[in-house]
Every structure is written in C-alpha cells, then in structure tokens.
Ligand binder design. Sequence first.
Ligand code: DX5
Ligand code: ZN
Length: 229
Amino acid sequence: MFDFEFEQTLIAPSILSADFLMLEEELGRIEDADLVHFDVMDGVFVPNLSYGPPVLKAVKRGTKLPVDVHLMIDKPDKRVDSYIDAGADIVTIHYESTNHAHRVIRRIRDRGAKAGIALNPATPVCMLDPLITEVDMVLLMSVDPGFGGQSFIDSTIPKIKQVRELCKHYHVNPWIEVDGGVDETNAGKISAAGANVLVAGSSVFGKDDCALAIRALREAGNIGNLRRI
Ligand code: DX5
Ligand code: ZN
C-alpha cells in the first residue's frame, strides 16, 4: 500500500461530508482517491460527535483504499487499539489531546499501523520537535477541527514550510497532510509549500462528479509541487 512517490499529491476525501445513508455508494464515488479520511469526533475535544470503530469496520468492507483515521478525541491513549482492531491503516492523534503523545504514537506503530500527529491551527510547529522522528505523518489543521465546510486559514501555509524545515533538520520524511477548507483554488499553494496529502470533504462530496473533483484537486496539487523550492 504505501508505495506512492512522495512528490505525487495524494487526495484523501473526508467521509464526514458523505451521505451516511448511502455510505457504500459514497465510497464507490471516491474509488479514484488515494486514501479515505475518517474523522472521529467525541463531543469533548471538539464540539461535535461523529462515528467510531463499528462504522470504521463497515467502511473497511466498502473500500479497497487505505483508511486514514483522524482522532479528534480527548485522551486517545486507551482508545487507539479499538481503531487499529477495526482496520485503521493510519491513526493520527492530536498533540493537544494527550499528555503522552510519545507513548501513544509508539503504541500505534507497535500495533502495526502508521502513526500521525495533528496540530490545531493555534498550535506552533515547534511542538513537533521532540516527536517528528517518531511519526509517519504530520497533519496540519487548516481550520479549527469539529466541522466540515469551514474556510481555509491562510497561516497554515508558513506552518507547512516550518514542518518541512524541521524534517530536513532531522533527516526524516513523514507525509505532510493538510485538513480543512481545501479546494481546487488553494490546493496548488498548499502543495507548493510542501504538503503531499490533501484532505477534502465538501470540495469532493459536495460535487456531482467526485472523480472529476478528485482529479482536479490532484492536478492542482501536482502543479503546486512543480513550484516547490
Ligand atoms: C474537520 C475535519 C475535516 C473535515 C474537512 O474537523 O477534520 O477532515 O471533514 O472538511 P472540509 O474539506 O469540508 O473542510
Ligand atoms: Zn480530518
């Protein structure tokens, strides 16, 4: 599965924006994507509730794509196992959600999944310094988490560049994912700054033709990659 070339922009549609009544058909509409983004919200860490391991199990049956689980939950420490048991390929926890990020990341990797660390828009990139060598992915939130359909926060762009600098410093190459308000108009500058995974909820599921929307995002991202310095 993780045999993508780094420079290719990967598209991860967020099924938070899908029609839950027809999840199987919705997964069929995004089969040209690279990952399925699965947003877990607990009503505590973020002011919204979504779904958990039983729905993840169903999603795994309905797609061949790797599933990228974004845990927006307080104290994920004891709960990552249930998502790995349900088939998560990548499990991302929030830096702000636990006092023991290092331990939780080790646990995810020991269980055989890829581990990601996410930062809210107000959390500075320097917080990643002790963790960057331990993760497979960094997720930068470009909206305050909790809802789909919000507007992209522009201060994410310099943060992407800072993550790249940090990675260079430590000679590591985690995926850099950006989540929130991503669409065809900003995918190029996000990729040019150094992100390689674009999460897209409303800009994919809000369109009649999801395959076309995915292609447009990927092309905008790949053009952005050519502008990367
Ligand atoms: C926000 C979620 C996002 C969201 C993205 O809390 O983490 O993944 O579903 O949706 P759009 O692309 O509509 O901002
Ligand atoms: Zn997300």
